[in-house]
Design a protein around this ligand. Structure first.
Ligand code: ZN
Ligand code: ZN
Length: 417
């Protein structure tokens, strides 16, 4: 009966390669993969009006948060005040242009670009089909690199760190920034990937009959990595978005392992070199990641010490171990437990970006703590190394093809009857 399924839309799960027939969904309901539980599509109310409204308000909030002072600090009568744009500005002037660029990109430019792109695509602004597919492609690739909310968490952590030295306060831009973080997350949430691509161009129909509940690799089908269309495996170019793709990511394991080794090599200097230098009355004290955690702990800020410990030390270490384990498992070693491997992959994908929090803390501290001869904080080499570790492990997780863990599953465990 599988050959004569009446559902109009089919999709291959991007995570486990199972062919799923999508049912007609009621509003605000989502369809999940029966094998791995990944959300395949969500049917939103008002798929155009909602993201438009959220994105417009979010962009307005972003504008407001760049116009006024963001945070301020008072120590012994000396006041220091910074705007959002001054934070990367300080990094540029301190010879850490790379960190400043990361900051500008991840915190402001990527989220702003994604919001504008969503506005253009969702409202069917007149432009050529090739431009539309290009924008949609970039949109979904850039999504994970927007880190506005992680920066916000970094600001809160730096408040706790600075309370020991003086009075910290928020400026008029702080509340707009919080709203911006919330609204941009909500905008992304309301845009369904399958819906958006179907809206740009109808999904191509593969010539062969589809067998629901069977992995694509066993029926000569592949999922387009960009627009999620079901494409014949021997066709390297997707007919809808013209992205090149193969049945499995090419040299996935080699790429992942190469990036993993690079990140491990950078992880050593990131932990040994100081991440920032505190200049207190002319006394320069370098501090490493671990020293920062110990200092917070000894000051009694246990929750924040824990947050930094988990984000900066535990998560990167576990992430590297998890990626290595995934590669080892995908090569055919280990017990065949695809579900557990999948869970690990999901966690690694989700938490990886949050390690960036310590880099943002340093960015805020070094911009805000400029108290003349009293106290100054400067970024140091370890911060750049650590940022690179986070970025490279994110790439390592992205180059890993999660379907490799599922390919070894015995056949027909999920076939519909
Ligand atoms: Zn799945
Ligand atoms: Zn495609």
């Amino acid at each position: 009966m599988c050959e004569h399924h009446h559902a109009t839309r089919h999709t291959l799960c991007m995570q486990c390669d199972l062919l799923v027939a999508l049912p007609e969904l009621r509003h605000c309901h989502k369809a999940t993969c029966p094998r791995c539980g990944t959300t395949l599509t969500t049917e939103w109310d008002e798929p155009r009006a909602r993201p438009t409204a959220y994105a417009l308000v979010a962009l307005f909030m972003l504008l407001l948060s760049n116009l006024f002072p963001f945070v301020n600090m008072k120590v012994a009568g000396v006041t220091s005040e910074v705007t959002l744009l001054e934070i990367p500005g300080v990094m540029f002037s301190e010879d850490y242009a790379s960190l400043g660029t990361f900051f500008l990109l991840f915190v402001q430019l990527v989220p702003a670009f994604c919001l504008v792109t969503i506005l253009l695509l969702v409202n069917r602004v007149k432009m050529s089909l090739s431009l539309k597919t290009f924008l949609a492609r970039v949109l979904f690739q850039l999504k994970t690199w927007g880190m506005a909310e992680i920066f916000l968490a970094g600001v809160l952590v730096s408040f706790v760190k600075l309370m020991a030295y003086g009075d910290v306060g928020i400026g008029s831009s702080f509340i707009p920034w919080c709203l911006f973080c919330l609204l941009q997350l909500r905008t992304f949430q309301c845009v369904d990937r399958l819906w958006l691509w179907d809206d740009i161009a109808p999904a191509p129909l593969p010539a062969t009959p589809l067998r629901v509940g069977v992995p694509g690799i066993r029926q000569g089908l592949r999922c387009c990595p960009c627009c999620a269309a079901v494409v014949a495996a021997d066709n390297p170019i997707c007919p809808r978005c013209h992205t090149k793709g193969y049945i499995r990511r090419r040299n996935s394991l080699q790429w992942t392992l190469a990036l993993l080794v690079t990140s491990i090599l950078l992880y050593l200097p990131a932990n040994i070199l100081p991440i920032m230098i505190t200049d207190l009355l002319g006394d320069r004290m370098p501090s490493t990641i671990l020293a920062g955690v110990i200092l917070l702990w000894s000051e009694g800020s246990y929750p924040v010490a824990l947050v930094i410990f988990i984000a900066s030390i535990m998560v990167p270490t576990l992430k590297m171990i998890a990626i290595a384990w995934l590669c080892w498992d995908a090569k055919g070693h280990g017990k065949r437990d695809s579900e557990r491997m999948h869970l690990i992959y999901e966690i690694v994908e989700f938490v990886g970006r949050w390690s960036m929090i310590d880099v943002f803390v340093i960015a805020v501290l070094s911009a805000l703590v400029r108290m003349g001869g009293l106290m100054n904080i400067y970024p140091a080499m370890g911060a750049l190394m650590f940022a690179l570790v986070v970025i490279i492990t994110m790439f390592a997780a992205m180059t890993f093809d999660p379907r490799l863990s599922w390919d070894r599953e015995p056949e027909s465990s999920h076939e519909e009857s």
